[in-house]
Design a protein around this ligand. Structure first.
Ligand code: NAD
Ligand code: MG
Length: 384
């Protein structure tokens, strides 16, 4: 049976790679729903190629162009944020690939879980915003949440066959990003275009900046806590600049399992779409015969203070990760527009975490309010 995939965020880095996986496995997958924020051209191109049942363009000003371009097809076209959320509630798909970036991906993902649809989760922010609510809902609805993030996919794969064996700890590997080894006196002058050059991965702009500031690894610690029901003490971050070991699990007997491979997001995407199956492919293989050294070092927390802030939020829990995430989204957005400097990202997040009221066990509404308040406050700190 062909698995009908709803790709939320089909025009992004993850979304386009997922479509390559679908194209290469057309007997196994079809694209049922495609959604984009503003990139009407690519959405139309994808729609004409993959013939989905539904497309959504979130930016309503683009509705007419998309509608016109697809007028000779059976494809249904919707626009706006409300439509995005409603389409997630439709029964016509089998699995959602949550590949929207940031908080915008939260509600559609929660909606998919609400109606019992398995989720392949790339959008880590969803778990950072309200991981307890998302995972509780997934538990209630018996919905698998399969990680797409390479580190979490690695851990997920290491846990296959381990049943109830206890995890002693997980070791999340981090490339260290383009500024590994640099100090604040260098980082203070870093500009957007430099920060957008990641050594090992080609990704969307937001996650590329998060990788350069190490906030990405912080968000991933929080993501791991919820995906694998871990205590913060069980989560260790190690810098591994070659990105060959994608993460590791250490069990109670001291045995460590790692998942390895060349850095290529199509692998975890394909794994999540096909789970529990593995599919053959022609992706390049890691070759042990080629000279290479795998190295590991501790992150420089004095320089990359975002990782400290995220660790604080991880331990504190409640709405603190949600606040951290909201402030970070505002800060990264401002940095990408050259409104603030690289180190200001951390300052903005820190100030926002200090300012917004802490709530230990927020309701969903309180999470959403915390997000809005944190955004507003963080934005108010930026000189426009
Ligand atoms: P991207 O910026 O390349 O793509 C984002 C997608 O989301 C696009 O399709 C865009 O149209 C859509 N989108 C953006 N803002 C939106 C909004 N307000 N409303 C509706 N749609 C919106 O991002 P990406 O690199 O593909 O990352 C997507 C998610 O996957 C992120 O949460 C990221 O952290 C995670 N992730 C990405 C990678 C990677 O290699 N790119 C790896 C691990 C995890
Ligand atoms: Mg990752």
């Amino acid at each position: 049976m062909v698995k009908r995939i709803a790709i939320f965020g089909s025009t992004g880095s993850i979304g386009t790679q997922a479509l390559e996986v679908i194209e290469a496995n057309a007997d196994k997958f079809s694209a049922e729903i495609l959604t984009a924020y503003t990139n009407d051209k690519l959405l139309v191109e994808q729609a004409l190629k993959f013939n989905p049942n539904i497309v959504v363009i979130t930016d309503e000003r683009k509705y007419e162009v998309v509608k016109d371009a697809l007028s000779n097809t059976q494809i249904k076209v919707f626009a706006g944020e409300k439509a995005l959320n409603e389409v997630a509630l439709m029964d016509s798909y089998d699995l959602m690939l949550a590949a929207i970036v940031g908080y915008a991906g939260f509600q559609p993902t929660l909606n998919a879980i609400e109606i019992g649809k398995p989720v392949a989760l790339a959008n880590k922010e969803t778990l950072v915003v309200a991981g307890d609510i998302v995972m509780q809902k997934a538990f209630e609805k018996k919905v698998p949440v399969i990680p797409v993030d390479s580190e979490h996919s690695a851990i997920f794969q290491c846990l296959i066959g381990e049943g109830r064996n206890k995890i002693e700890k997980i070791i999340l590997t981090a490339s260290g990003g383009p500024f590994l080894g640099k100090k604040p006196n260098f980082l203070v002058n870093v500009k957007r275009d430099h920060a957008l050059q990641h050594p090992n991965w080609t990704m969307g702009a937001k996650i590329t900046i998060d990788s350069a500031t190490l906030m990405n690894k912080g968000l991933e610690m929080i993501e791991a806590k919820w995906l694998f029901s871990l205590h913060p003490d069980q989560i260790q971050v190690m810098i591994h600049p070659q990105s060959i070991i994608h993460s590791m699990v250490q069990f109670e007997d001291g045995s460590i399992k790692a998942q390895m491979g060349l850095p290529d997001m199509k692998l975890p995407i394909q794994y999540a779409l096909a789970f529990p199956q593995r599919l053959p492919n022609t992706f390049p293989r890691y070759d042990f015969k080629k000279p290479s050294t795998l190295t590991f070092e501790e992150p420089d927390l004095r320089t990359f203070r975002n990782l400290l802030l995220a660790t604080d939020a991880l331990y504190k829990g409640g709405n603190m990760p949600c606040i951290l995430n909201a402030a970070n989204e505002i800060a990264v957005f401002a940095f990408l527009r050259n409104k603030i400097g690289f180190l200001d990202i951390t300052a903005l997040v820190e100030k926002t975490m200090e300012k917004i009221d802490f709530i230990e066990t927020p309701t969903l509404d309180e999470y959403l309010e915390s997000d809005a308040e944190a955004r507003e406050y963080a934005a108010s700190l930026i000189q426009l």
